[in-house]
Design a protein around this ligand. Sequence first.
Ligand SMILES: [Zn+2]
Length: 242
Amino acid sequence: MSSAVRRLVIITGAGLSAESGLATFRDAGGIWSQYDLAEVCSYPGWRRHRAKVFEFYAKCKEEVLAAQPNSAHHCLARWQQKWGPQRVKLLTQNVDDLLERAGAERVMHLHGELTSLLCDNCYRKFDIGRGPVDPTRACPLCHEVEPVKPGVVMFGETSPGYHRLGAAVDGLEPEDILLVIGTSMQVIPVSRLVPAWRTGHALNWQVNPAPAEPVYFGWNVAASACDGLPQLEPMLSQLMSD
Ligand SMILES: [Zn+2]
């Protein structure tokens, strides 16, 4: 085995939190079916329908606060604790805080998080924790209210997190493991998750009930996150302790 310390880069999507009961905009039903997503999930929609957007994300947050981390969240948090956040990078497209509540120390939220608000005037992002998504909250820096929006990335916005995603996948060495969990790869395409030179690499792993873009991965586990991660764990533990 090479002398380099093997790292694990994990990128998760909605499938990770689905087993905690959190619906996504790709599922029928839930609060997502009660709103026009062009109004509540897009930047132009936010500019025109501010009150409705806050109402929508407040409902999303209520759902998240009522949900509990599932065994897959706990598994990923345990891996990060075991091998450390320098070796285990956790990136998620999810705006919930279930990985953190499972004990993960460091999580990069590629699409923002419901625990923050963002000022579109001065770009200050500020933490609101478990507090309400409150449309009357003023920006702590410029003190404006109207430009404050939920701290989630909407369609039509550029995610600052994509630089971090690019850095994480571009920094992969041949001996590193790339694990993609529960994403349809429709918002972030596979070309941004898997560097071209790693196409089909043996240490590209995917866990998804219906694996997306399987030819990019050396190992596709056709299972939910909760069922699939235990299947990977023996091999992973062996590789990470080499
Ligand atoms: Zn501001």
